[in-house]
Design a protein around this ligand. Structure first.
Ligand SMILES: NC(=O)C1=CN([C@@H]2O[C@H](COP(=O)(O)OP(=O)(O)OC[C@H]3O[C@@H](n4cnc5c(N)ncnc54)[C@H](OP(=O)(O)O)[C@@H]3O)[C@@H](O)[C@H]2O)C=CC1
Ligand SMILES: [Mg+2]
Length: 352
């Protein structure tokens, strides 16, 4: 009897998928592909591949949107041959999800980890012509992609980057070997298993009751302000990390904290963003910017924030000299926090 669902029908697969809900069946199928290299290799035969070049996803423009094209295994092998690469490179691909019909989705970077990466790098324009698309920086692409594709490509980029950066065992110095799905790497000499990692990051929208606090780093695109964010230190709870980050960055003490949501964020090295709302102690609103961390921080009114939320796609708006105040794109959790604050302030200002 199956350990997981009590169904006595283990055959070739781990479980009898027929008897499970669509979501559970999909989850169990992905689990099987991660655990079983043969099942994963088999899934590649009927799977779909998303292509990257130096971590930039391939996108095609169609009417008013950008879409990441899918390639079958046969098409991918033809392309690899055409680009002078070994078809064995398919095994460098990573599993990133599957459809409800169990078509497995993989991602492969045509440049990273290629034995001829210099050639692959030079060939980029030829590849783009052949593929009828462009490899676009993911930070920019996030403005143009729908939620589903953005999430899939973010996972893919994070996983491809992790594999590229973890090719050697930190104990033995020997090359590590990826499993077929790319859910782990193993050192053949000492059997140490390495799993892809995410760094926990807190992101907090601080409010004084009528205004919210937004800040910018010098590395942000011009005019963009976001909620305060910071990596959790070893040994800290989520609450301690938020309290410390707010004190460190803007010199304020927070009073109340409320969890909002979380999000995987692929930049710079895969973070788990944990988003919260916080309030400061009454009357204690004087900001002291830590200039080693931030370029500027300020309180913004409800109306200013509403105007900023309406300014989307600043990459196409930066035509003139002046850069208006704007906030991170819809797909960033900072945007969600800011929207929640605006909605809450709007409702609370309505007469009872
Ligand atoms: N999705 C969203 O809505 C948003 C996401 N973010 C993300 O949040 C993250 C954290 O924000 P940020 O304000 O930069 O963080 P911090 O305020 O913690 O400052 C970053 C500094 O912390 C150091 N650091 C400590 N631990 C790590 C680690 N595990 N990885 C990388 N750097 C570390 C780095 O120092 P050094 O560089 O000297 O090594 C870096 O300069 C960013 O990666 C950003 O992309 C931010 C805002 C919005
Ligand atoms: Mg910070």
């Amino acid at each position: 009897m199956s350990l997981y669902c009590g169904i006595a029908c283990r055959r070739k697969s781990f479980w009898c998928y027929r008897l499970l809900s669509t979501y559970v069946a999909k989850t169990r199928y992905l689990f099987e592909l991660k655990e079983d290299d043969d099942a994963c290799k088999k899934a590649q035969q009927t799977g779909a591949f998303y292509l990257f070049h130096s971590l930039a996803p391939l996108l095609q423009k169609s009417e008013h949107q950008y879409l990441p094209p899918q390639h079958s295994l046969l098409e991918l092998e033809r392309l690899l041959r055409k680009f002078g690469q070994d078809t064995q490179r398919v095994e460098d691909s990573v599993l990133i999800g599957c459809s409800e019909q169990h078509e497995a989705w993989f991602a492969l970077d045509l440049c990273l980890n290629s034995s001829s990466s210099i050639n692959a790098s030079l060939q980029k324009p030829e590849m783009e012509t052949e593929l009828k698309g462009s490899f676009i920086d993911l930070r920019k692409a996030l403005f143009w992609l729908n939620v589903k594709d953005a999430s899939l490509l973010s996972t893919a980029q994070a996983l491809l980057r992790w594999h590229d950066a973890h090719q050697f065992c930190s104990r033995s110095g020997q090359p590590t070997k990826k499993n077929m799905a790319g859910s782990k790497r193993v050192c053949p000499s000492n059997k140490i298993i390495y799993y892809p990692q995410m760094a926990p990051v807190v992101i907090t929208l601080v409010s004084d009751g009528t205004r919210c606090l937004l800040a910018r780093q010098s590395s942000f695109p011009k005019g963009m302000y976001s909620a305060l964010a910071g990596f959790c230190d070893i040994g800290e709870s989520l609450e301690e990390a938020v309290r410390r980050e707010v004190a460190e960055e803007v010199g304020l003490e927070i009073e109340r904290l409320k969890f909002s949501a979380s999000q995987h964020w692929p930049f710079p090295n895969s973070s788990l963003m944990i988003a919260c709302h916080a309030t400061v102690k009454p009357g204690q609103t004087e900001i002291q910017v830590n200039v080693r961390e931030l370029e500027a921080a300020a309180w913004f009114s409800h109306d200013e924030v509403i105007t900023a939320l309406k300014r989307n796609d600043p990459y196409t708006q930066q035509q003139n000299e002046a850069f208006p105040f704007w906030v991170p794109p819809k797909l960033a959790i900072a945007n969600q926090l800011i929207k929640e604050w605006v909605e809450k302030s709007t409702y609370s200002s309505l007469p009872a």
